[in-house]
Write a protein that binds this ligand. Structure first.
Ligand SMILES: C[S@@+](CC[C@H](N)C(=O)[O-])C[C@H]1O[C@@H](n2cnc3c(N)ncnc32)[C@H](O)[C@@H]1O
Length: 167
């Protein structure tokens, strides 16, 4: 396992809604260091990714949860505004984290955006971590739709989050 010297779980705050620390453990073991990450849904877990050595752009609609890594993007029709997301499609992205929007049952509206050809090809170049895959109202329907579209599950030892990859 790779060790990032500037990161230790005991130094970082615990918050109820942030991603499991095991996600970062998994990334350190199986992914390259210094990833370009795009995260949907900011929170106290976001700076943990930066502390682990990654370059993070985090999409957030609620000013209350903005982090240094965040871009404020309004939610329109249940998902982040497609127009505002256009800018991130120009960026290199190794890893996408789907952990927003927080509205119950709206997360799978990501597919209204994903079905745009330039968005689909941008996704397919990255590894995708879907959080809350144990929840019928959050990650589970998102995971099911990605799998139905041909994405492969590459890690699901923990039911709370699942890692998928195209092809
Ligand atoms: C499930 S949170 C997780 C955010 C981030 N990926 C993390 O690991 O901390 C996603 C959404 O919930 C809201 N949120 C973030 N942190 C929160 C918290 N501690 N309590 C309540 N809501 C939170 C924000 O609007 C954010 O878009």
């Amino acid at each position: 396992m790779r060790i990032h010297h500037n990161w230790h779980p005991d130094n970082l705050p615990v918050q109820d809604y942030s991603m499991d620390r095991a996600v970062i453990d998994w990334m350190q073991e199986y992914m390259e260091p210094c990833l370009d990450i795009v995260e949907f849904g900011s929170g106290t877990g976001t700076p943990r990714l930066t502390s682990a050595g990654h370059k993070v752009v985090s999409i957030e609609h609620d000013p209350k949860w903005l982090q240094e890594e965040s871009i404020l993007v309004p939610v329109e029709n249940g998902w982040y505004s497609h127009d505002h997301l256009q800018i991130i499609l120009q960026k290199n992205c190794d890893l996408i984290i789907v952990d927003g929007t927080p509205t119950k049952g709206s997360r799978d509206l990501i597919f209204e955006w994903y079905k745009l050809p330039e968005v689909e090809s941008w996704f397919q170049k990255a590894v995708v971590i879907i959080d809350d895959t144990d929840s019928d109202n959050n990650g589970k329907p998102v995971l099911e739709k990605f799998v139905a579209l041909g994405w492969k599950i590459i890690f699901n030892d923990n039911p709370r989050w699942t890692v998928i990859q195209w092809g």
